[in-house]
Design a protein around this ligand. Structure first.
Ligand SMILES: C[S@@+](CC[C@H](N)C(=O)[O-])C[C@H]1O[C@@H](n2cnc3c(N)ncnc32)[C@H](O)[C@@H]1O
Length: 453
């Protein structure tokens, strides 16, 4: 473990030698495996039944009704490769990583329609968690780094989050749009101390100079986030670092500069300790920093105005003719229809039930809702995710068992008594996805990168 880092912790937090020993030992202990049940697809109750069937032991965590520790005796199939994961009934998420959405929502599923910004979102664990806590809200998932976009796209598709819209701005850009969000999550880019248990490399570049540089960006992101927040809106700022500079000092600086414009909302019963700082040696191997702020009045905009960017969408609204073709297909095949809006980019069709006119006019959108369909050889066809969580189709639905589904997902050749058609397949009682029969053989529409090897 890097000595500079340990010295900093000891001096700053005045740990005794024995506490210091506990602290550095705790950093080397692997985290207990945790998962979040994706309640957009399956209820916790049903997931527990599946777990019993698989001989998995689930036990509650302190961070929410959907987060569980998982213990498995048989680990011959990696957790990410289990059917439950491929069908996206769960998201493998570290407990600490689930803390900030937990404190934003207080673990309550809120049916109100809010406008929410996840300012630094990739790979999207917290975005998809927000989509579960706020199923009717518009969630803008922003990420500056294009190379991290793909994960964000995939995770939002897989978890069936049709109310998430992806943007690609420097988070400081949002200060151009005062008071447009009801809630903001700023899970700030940070020095990465939180990943020290994974590898020593995480602390390789640890030095105070770098941390001060990151802290400057964090402060600017927080200012921008507060400006874009509506009055009485709430914001959660979180990091997975332990140093004070990226945590308490950011809030102190905000208080010095803007004390009359916001309140710190207490996250504990002890009002003298409103923010949450979890330690690896105290909270048993997981740590994070979370603070919640509520805006009281408009911020004076002292931030540097960012140049407004041209907004020519790559996405297009689907033409009436194409929409009719899709709806006709749905009616014929599944005796169902969709009431939301369709967008297209390249040959793929995306779907959302939200009205996003404001964002469509003002922001360049990298992703609109959930990818559900594609145009192949001049014909439309649904993709796997189209039949996952959000529609219970009324025709051509079949229930298959675990063995059958596992075979399908391994591309094993399975004969069908139909020559050609699409089916919504149920695994157990929950829609798993859309599969196709072609030439008397079952085909999966799930792209190969998602599949069991
Ligand atoms: C701690 S990670 C976010 C993890 C994510 N919230 C999740 O739970 O999956 C911080 C992210 O901030 C992004 N980032 C860095 N600088 C940024 C900026 N100026 N504006 C917006 N995002 C930024 C990084 O690329 C990184 O993906």
């Amino acid at each position: 473990m890097k000595q500079d880092f340990l010295d900093y912790i000891q001096e700053t937090f005045e740990f005794s030698p024995s506490e210091m020993m506990d602290f550095s030992c705790a950093l080397t202990i692997p985290l207990k495996k945790t998962l979040r049940v994706n309640t957009n697809k399956i209820s916790v109750e049903d997931f527990k039944k599946l777990a019993i069937k698989n001989n998995w032991q689930l036990s509650p965590t302190p961070l929410g009704k959907n987060m569980f520790y998982i213990d498995r005796e048989d680990t011959s199939i990696a957790l990410w490769n289990t059917l439950e994961h491929i069908a996206w009934y769960m998201y493998i998420q570290e407990l600490a990583a689930s803390s900030s959405p937990f404190y934003l929502a207080w673990d309550i599923t809120d049916q109100e329609e809010y406008t929410i910004l996840d300012m630094s979102a990739s790979p999207g664990g917290k975005t998809t968690q927000l989509a579960e806590y706020y199923p009717n809200s518009i969630i803008i998932a922003n990420e500056i780094d294009k190379s991290r976009m793909r994960q964000l796209h995939e995770n939002t598709d897989r978890l069936g989050t049709k109310n998430v819209f992806v943007t690609n701005y420097d988070g400081r850009y949002f200060s151009n749009y005062p008071e447009i969000f009801d809630k903001v999550l700023l899970d700030a880019p940070c020095s990465g101390e939180g990943t020290a248990y994974k590898s020593d490399d995480a602390l390789k570049y640890w030095n105070i100079k770098n941390i001060k540089k990151i802290a400057k960006l964090q402060f600017q992101l927080l200012e921008s986030a507060m400006i874009s927040l509506k009055i009485w809106g709430e914001l959660v700022y979180s990091t997975c670092t332990l140093n004070r500079l990226e945590n308490e000092e950011i809030i102190n600086k905000m208080t010095d500069k803007y004390w009359e414009y916001f309140n710190v909302v207490s996250l504990s019963d002890d009002l003298t300790k409103p923010l949450i700082r979890a330690w690896p040696h105290k909270e048993k191997t997981w740590w994070f920093f979370v603070v919640k702020l509520r805006k009281k009045q408009s911020f004076p905009d002292t931030t540097k105005p960012r140049k407004l960017q041209k907004n020519i969408q790559w996405f297009e609204k689907v033409s009436n003719t194409d929409e009719k073709i899709i709806q006709h297909f749905l009616k014929e095949t599944f005796n169902s229809e969709l009431t939301g809006k369709f967008y297209t980019y390249r040959n793929e069709i995306y779907y959302t039930e939200k009205n996003i006119d404001f964002f469509w006019e003002n922001f360049f959108l990298f992703k609109v809702g959930c990818k559900i369909w594609k145009l192949e050889n001049w014909e439309f066809e649904p993709n796997f995710f189209c039949g996952t969580d959000f529609w219970i189709f009324k025709k051509n639905t079949i229930s298959i068992d675990e063995v059958f589904l596992a075979k399908l997902l391994k591309w094993e050749e399975i004969k069908s008594d139909r020559s050609e058609w699409f089916f919504q397949v149920y695994f157990w009682t929950i829609p798993a996805g859309i599969f196709k029969v072609k030439g008397w053989v079952w085909k999966t529409l799930l792209e190969s990168r998602f599949l069991r090897k």
